[in-house]
Design a binder for this molecule. Sequence first.
Ligand SMILES: *Cc1c(COP(=O)(O)O)cnc(C)c1O
Length: 376
Amino acid sequence: MPHIHPKTTPIYQTSVFAFDDLNALEQYFEQPGQSYMYTRYGNPNTDELAQEVNKLEKGAGAVVTSSGMSAILAAVLAVCKAGDHVLCAEEIYGGSSSLLSQEMTRIGVDVTFVPTADTYTLGSYVRPNTRLLLAETVSNPLLQVLDVARLAQETKRQGIKLVIDNTFATPVLTRPLELGADTVIHSVTKYLSGHSDVTAGVVVCKEQEDLQRVQRVMMVYGLNLSPFEGWLAARGLKTLRLRMRQHCSNALEIAEYLERHPKVEKVWYPGLEEHPQHELAKRQGQGMFGGMLSFRIKDETEAVNRFMQALPSIPFAPSLAGVNTSVSYPLGTSHRALSTEQQEKMGITVGVIRFSVGIEEPEELIAELETALAAV
Ligand SMILES: *Cc1c(COP(=O)(O)O)cnc(C)c1O
């Protein structure tokens, strides 16, 4: 066989690795990270992805998982056992909320949701058996920005771990571990892979001890990612910084356009000066504000339908963070399960539309919005 020296990591599409002899087997156990045995325990493609995300988040190490959901599951199971209690920010991804309130409770892990107003004063929520708090850097769909450093001070004071879902901000904007968080999770499905073609997750830890627990949970629960998905995500990740710059500058331009439009009643985007956490967002996001925004047109289903139908090349797709722009509808998707009262309290009404701004030319996007808003 000729000497092969590929520039990029090939896809190691194999479930198992062979050993030369018993010495090689011993070496596998004695020198972790030097060779591979079984893809569920580790594979060069998923390891590459883990190392690259870890570099960006500046952690002690990272573990790649099959989805964002399994990343959250691994982060929770790494520190919680039956009889423990967790706290969760009230404004959280619907899947995270279901995982904690409907599944973890079945195996004896109790959960309390903390109202947004009490985020930084946890005293009355923490119990002797409370292990962690789960919160998001930027919330969906109303783009509330969390002061990670302030919250980390509070969780330290209370003696609990802080787990941050950094999916919306990405490490290009915010690195929660540097701000005092203990664990960061991502739905790699979103910005980190970036092309709407992979489902994957990652857990990044600050402490070696937590990392080993997450690693163990990933292996024994079988939450591993496949080599091909790992390869795709690692490939997407290479352009994260470039993509984020374009996502952010496009989103700011669109937010400013929408804010001026007579048919738009309200715009939620941290880059706008009237956003309640604008200054915090600027500081915590290196002057960038992310690629997600929401806005409200007339609170009528027909108006929303006309708007969506008049967007010829922007699909209505209930996910986010791909290179192509998409719209989503919180009331009918992510926030469907909430009561009408809860929806109204949050401000998620019939006319609220969420935009995941892609990396197209901003003029094209604005032209399309102009047509769609004219149809409302
Ligand atoms: C999508 C998403 C998740 C879940 O990730 P999957 O990859 O779909 O499992 C978790 N948190 C946030 C903020 C998300 O947007």
